[in-house]
Design a protein around this ligand. Structure first.
Ligand SMILES: [Zn+2]
Length: 330
């Protein structure tokens, strides 16, 4: 046995002893503390902050002005303001959402979808706004135009309005189509409705079943879900287009442990995080939610643990004695 090999074995033994003495380990313990702390303090969670940023402030009726609309105005039954009127606060350069009465620089799809489950098109339809009305404050609109791709937008809009007025005057139907991201642009991004369905279909095939939303997200590293929600509203609706039903698996700890044991008996090695990410096991998130550490789950499954020393990691099967000792410490 050469010197290098001896050193390696010494390091290995040290790491093993450390694991027996402290099966959770400092790093995992700190991560666990942080997880529990976030659970008990939902107001500091990233999700909460994201939503809080999007809620805007409530409008003060006296300060909310109107774009040049003519009275009398019809009260909007479903919430705030008036039908067919986008209320605008000039001093804040913000517009008011008809459904929650909050002020925004722009009422964007994120807010409409998340809070009111509406697309911008549906919002305009329900509130009686023209499909061509931008849901932004005047200042923001000018800024957008300044930065924008079409400096002649205002003139073109005026001309279009003129043509429309003429059409109506002649008694022709008032044709109006909503603006959407063009199909061509969506196609280039790989997010046109059919492409999204094809992606879901491919994912179902590679899983051999309908993946959970959680699994789909981790399989595509967070890509596509936003487009799916924008296009189809929800994951469930998108699946319905493929004649599939959602797979709302609730993973019990027993099931997760069993899956680890099955993996071990098939592959003759202990499962790792990467195996979960590749979809060979349930995703890592439920493991972390139900166990203190992946080694905690492996220990309970009675399969080898992973020990780390330096940049190396190795499988290690504890003896029954060591196992009981470790279980008592978890
Ligand atoms: Zn709102």
């Amino acid at each position: 046995m050469n010197e290098q090999e001896k050193q390696r074995l010494a390091k290995n033994a040290k790491a093993r002893q450390k694991l027996i003495d402290d099966p959770i380990g400092e790093r995992a313990r700190r991560a666990l503390l942080a997880r529990n702390w976030r659970k008990n303090h939902p107001d500091t969670s990233r999700k909460f902050n994201r939503e809080r940023k999007g809620t805007g402030e409530l409008s003060d009726d006296s300060k909310v002005l109107f774009y040049g609309y003519k009275e009398p105005l019809r009260k909007f039954e479903g919430g705030f303001g008036y039908s067919g009127v986008l209320r605008y606060s000039k001093d804040k350069d913000k517009v008011e959402c008809h459904f929650c009465g909050r002020l925004f620089r722009a009422i964007n799809n994120g807010h409409l979808m998340k809070v009111h489950s509406l697309t911008a098109e549906e919002y305009k339809e329900k509130t009686g706004l023209a499909q061509t009305t931008a849901l932004v404050g005047e200042g923001t609109r000018l800024k957008l135009l300044e930065r924008g791709h079409n400096p002649n937008y205002l003139e073109e809009l005026k001309k279009a309005q003129e043509r429309r007025r003429e059409r109506i005057a002649k008694g022709l139907p008032d044709k109006q189509s909503g603006h959407k991201l063009s199909l061509e642009r969506k196609n280039q991004r790989g997010t046109c409705p059919d492409q999204l369905l094809a992606i879901i279909d491919r994912t179902i095939k590679s899983y051999g079943r309908v993946p959970t939303e959680e699994e789909f997200l981790s399989f595509h590293s967070g890509k596509y879900m936003g487009s799916i929600r924008n296009t189809y509203g929800t994951w469930t609706n998108a699946l319905a287009k493929l004649n599939q039903r959602p797979n709302n698996v609730k993973y019990t700890p027993e099931y997760l442990i069993e899956e680890m044991q099955n993996f071990y008996s098939v592959h003759k090695r202990t499962p790792r995080y990467s195996d979960m990410e590749r979809g060979l096991l349930p995703p890592a998130a439920p493991y972390y939610a139900r166990f203190k550490h992946l080694n905690d789950a492996r220990l309970r499954a009675g399969i080898p643990l992973i020990i780390r020393y330096g940049r190396k990691s190795e499988e290690w099967m504890p003896t029954p004695n060591e196992r009981t000792k470790m279980l008592s410490k978890i």
